[in-house]
Design a protein around this ligand. Structure first.
Ligand code: 5GP
Ligand code: ZN
Length: 114
């Protein structure tokens, strides 16, 4: 999608700190990290939010969770623990309208979220 900042990051039009890429997903450091490890994992196909997940495109979600699990090990947070977060819509705190999962770790994470 032309105007989407995460599509621009995938295309390399906006620089990013890449941690992983394959034919289906792209993962990069969040520009404003909330934890020592804060990675965003996004599908290369433009999906607006969790509201747009359906039977046709759902396979990408399991792939994203496999990538998250592998990255947690590579980035050294698998043993101590981590959180995978998706914010959906305005009240869910979604600020970028391209589906993304936050992988957060490296410190004690509070629960419940604010
Ligand atoms: P949301 O609030 O939609 O769940 O998460 C969007 C995330 O994208 C935020 O944590 C924000 O810091 C991050 N972000 C927004 N623009 C950019 C950017 O241009 N580069 C990177 N690396 N992260 C971004
Ligand atoms: Zn996009």
């Amino acid at each position: 999608m032309d105007s989407c900042i995460f599509c621009k990051i995938i295309r390399g039009e906006i620089p990013s700190s890449k941690v992983y890429e394959d034919d289906k997903v792209y993962a990069f450091r969040d520009i404003n990290p909330e934890a020592p490890v804060h990675v965003l994992i996004i599908p290369k196909v433009h999906i607006k939010s969790a509201n747009e997940i359906n039977e046709e495109n759902a396979e990408i979600i399991s792939h994203i969770f496999i990538v998250a699990s592998n990255l947690a090990k590579e980035l050294g947070i698998a043993h101590s623990g981590y959180r995978i977060v998706n914010n959906c819509g305005e009240q869910g705190g979604q600020t970028v309208e391209h589906l993304h999962f936050h992988l957060l770790g490296g410190r004690d994470l509070t629960w419940p979220p604010g």
